[in-house]
Each structure stands twice: as structure tokens, then as C-alpha cells.
Design a protein around this ligand. Structure first.
Ligand SMILES: NC(=O)c1ccc[n+]([C@@H]2O[C@H](COP(=O)([O-])OP(=O)(O)OC[C@H]3O[C@@H](n4cnc5c(N)ncnc54)[C@H](O)[C@@H]3O)[C@@H](O)[C@H]2O)c1
Length: 355
């Protein structure tokens, strides 16, 4: 029997405890943690009473373990770690408060919405020897793992370019209203997954970006919801990234990824990076299914597999000192990329990334 980590959560929203479990893409942090012997959920915090009520009604925690004040929870509860799953704009202040308690942290993406703030928090976590890991779950999905292995094993040779297209309909007026006021929502909510995945599978970093943003007349969002970007990596690969969260498309897959190397191509057409992943050797029309061994390829299972891997990885980072697969310094480099993409679209100029 493992000694469980006593963990608390800040933000019991859709990601932690899905409001409509039958339609959700994931089980959610509360249920996953509840089932794992590595963790013991000891308290939760949310600013919304209804979120706390739901957690109690579903039997996950007792009313006295539920807090509307983060400070009170941090003061009253004996714990080892915190999962930060509140909206991105509150991550930095939640992390800061938890740092003062020397808690290990698993933070939902995007790690922070301000890179300089992120740097300061990382410095403080290092000084206190705290594990600070970030949920970049595209890395941990089976296709993310297979892509990295294929490229590492030199299956497609030297990488020339990535073509990625994202077509999502996120124009849903039932979403919480803050969503529609967020800065560059495509980049900060979804682009962070994709750019982080590219960094991870290429084992590379972005060097420069240029691009434009746009928004259709029917959009509910304050910021632009689409981008057309051209990025170069430090090792010289080109990345063409076009996406929108205002698409009315319900037919063609949301995500379309093509990676060309000098010995072949990797192709994944999916909703949320689920299998299949195909390898097309140079000049061959028949693809090889690299994901054929994967039994459960549906969206829900793929999310849950990734989330469980992240939790186990975090546990080992805390108890055994292994380096998390995505620590905060690593996640910050993806945040730098997102910030540079945003700035390139705002200024119309090429932005050279500084880390
Ligand atoms: N990794 C993924 O695949 C994935 C998917 C969805 C969301 N997310 C991330 O998870 C986080 C939460 O997203 P969500 O979809 O659950 O959002 P949500 O809007 O459904 O829930 C957010 C919850 O946080 C609460 N909250 C608001 N302000 C707070 C504060 N200051 N302190 C504590 N709680 C507060 C809200 O009342 C709500 O219950 C975000 O960082 C988001 O980017 C990640």
C-alpha cells in the first residue's frame, strides 16, 4: 500500500467535476483522485457555493472539507499538495498562496497567463524545493507518446514542417461568461496544448513567429478567435498553424496534423488527438497504423488515460524525486510561445522568442 499524498483542489468546475458527466470528455480530477491509492482528497475550494454543494452531494467530501476561502483552507487543512484547476487568470495568485505553505503543485494549463509572473513563481518554487508540474495533457495522450517515439526513433527522418489545422465550434452561449472575455482564447485555451505538443514531440523550442488573427461576425468572444501563424523552431523546422474556435463545421475532424520528414509523414486526423496515428513512408500510398495496439481509442478513454498518467507522474515526482514530464519551467516555454503568437498577431511583426 502506497502512502497517499494528501491533496486539495482549488476550482471545482467542469474539469475537476464535470457538470454533465454523460456528455463530458473526461472523468474529472475529483473522481480520478478518489479512485487512486496514490492520493487522498482532503479538501476543496471554490468561490461558487453551487460547486461546493455539488461536491458534497456527490459524496466526495464532507461540508466541513469545502471552502469558499482559499486562505482558510490553506490554514486549516493538513495537506501535501494542491491541484490548481480554477480559471487561468487566478492560477498565479493561487500558486503564490500555496507556495507560502510549501505545497507541491499540479497546475492546469495554461500554467500562467503572464510569463514574467510565471518566472517569478518558478524561482520561488525552486528556492523552496517544491514540485511544480503542469497539466499539458496532449503530451500524455497515446498519440502524443507515439508521435514523440516515432520522431525520436527517426522514423520519418529529419523534420521539414508541421501543418496543423484546428476547426472548433466553441461559440456556445451556455459556457461561463468569463470564457468570452479571455485574451486570445484560441491560443491560451487550445493553442497551448498544440504548441506544447509540438515542442515535446520535436524536442525543440520555437525561435520566431509571424501571423494574423481574425474573428467572424457571429462570434460571442471579445478577442479574435482565429489565427494563421507561421513559426520556425530553433532546429529549423517550420510550423504552419491555422485555427479557429468559431467554426460552424460539425463534419470534418477538429484537429488535422501532418508532419513531413525526409523519409515519410506522420498523420493524425482527430477530435482531441485520439488515434489513429498513421505513418506514410516516403512515396508510399499505404499508411502504417502506429496506434493499432491501442484498444480504447475513444475521446473519453484517451483523456482519462492521459490524466491518470499525469497524476501518477506527479506522485512520483513528489515521493521519488523524478523530474515531472512537464514541470513549470518546461510549461513556461510553451507559455512564452503562446505569448509570442499573440504579440505577432497584435503587431503584424515577426516576433523572436526570448526565454
Ligand atoms: N487540460 C485540459 O484538457 C483542460 C480542459 C478544460 C479546462 N482546462 C483548464 O482547467 C481549468 C479550469 O477549467 P474548467 O473548464 O473547469 O472551468 P470552469 O469555468 O468550468 O470551472 C472553473 C471553476 O473555478 C471556480 N473559480 C472561479 N474563480 C475562482 C477562484 N479565484 N478560485 C477558485 N475557484 C474559482 C469557478 O466557480 C468554477 O467552479 C482552467 O485552467 C482551464 O484552462 C484544462
Amino acid at each position: 500500500m502506497k502512502k497517499p499524498l494528501k491533496i486539495i483542489i482549488s476550482g471545482i468546475g467542469n474539469r475537476a467535476l464535470p457538470r454533465d458527466p454523460l456528455k463530458s470528455n473526461w472523468k474529472g480530477w475529483v473522481e480520478l483522485i478518489n479512485k487512486m491509492e496514490e492520493f487522498h482528497l482532503v479538501a476543496a475550494h471554490d468561490i461558487d457555493d453551487s460547486a461546493l454543494k455539488r461536491t458534497a452531494e456527490l459524496g466526495y467530501l464532507k461540508p466541513q472539507q469545502l471552502y469558499r476561502s482559499l486562505e482558510k483552507m490553506l490554514k486549516n487543512i493538513d495537506c501535501d499538495a494542491i491541484l490548481v484547476s480554477n480559471p487561468a487568470q487566478f492560477h498565479a495568485q493561487t500558486i503564490q498562496a500555496a507556495l507560502e505553505r510549501n505545497l507541491h503543485m499540479l497546475v492546469e494549463k495554461p500554467f500562467v497567463s503572464d510569463v514574467n509572473e510565471g518566472k517569478m513563481l518558478i524561482r520561488e518554487a525552486k528556492r523552496r524545493k517544491i514540485v511544480m508540474a503542469v497539466v499539458q495533457n496532449w503530451r500524455y495522450k497515446d498519440v502524443g507518446q507515439l508521435l514523440r517515439k516515432a520522431i525520436k526513433d527517426n522514423l520519418i527522418g529529419g523534420i521539414g514542417h508541421i501543418f496543423f489545422r484546428y476547426l472548433r465550434n466553441r461559440e456556445n452561449p451556455r459556457y461561463p461568461s468569463y470564457i468570452f472575455r479571455e485574451k486570445s482564447p484560441l491560443l491560451y485555451a487550445m493553442g497551448i496544448h498544440h504548441l506544447d505538443l509540438f515542442r515535446y514531440i520535436l524536442d525543440d523550442d520555437f525561435a520566431s513567429v509571424s501571423g494574423n488573427s481574425f474573428k467572424p461576425p457571429w462570434s460571442f468572444y471579445k478577442s479574435d478567435t482565429g489565427v494563421n501563424l507561421f513559426l520556425k523552431t530553433k532546429k529549423g523546422a517550420s510550423v504552419v498553424y491555422s485555427g479557429t474556435i468559431s467554426s460552424l463545421n460539425n463534419v470534418i475532424p477538429q484537429e488535422s496534423l501532418l508532419i513531413d520528414g525526409d523519409m515519410g509523414s506522420l498523420v493524425n486526423e482527430s477530435q482531441w488527438l485520439e488515434p489513429p496515428l498513421y505513418f506514410y513512408p516516403k512515396e508510399k500510398k499505404e499508411g502504417i497504423n502506429l496506434s493499432k495496439e491501442i484498444k480504447n481509442t475513444d475521446i473519453y478513454t484517451q483523456y482519462n488515460i492521459a490524466d491518470q498518467r499525469i497524476l501518477k507522474n506527479f506522485y512520483l515526482a513528489v515521493v521519488a524525486g523524478i523530474k515531472p514530464a512537464c514541470d513549470a519551467s518546461d510549461a513556461l516555454r510553451s507559455a512564452v510561445a503562446v505569448e509570442a503568437c499573440h504579440s505577432a498577431c497584435q503587431t503584424g511583426k515577426t516576433v523572436y522568442l526570448r526565454y
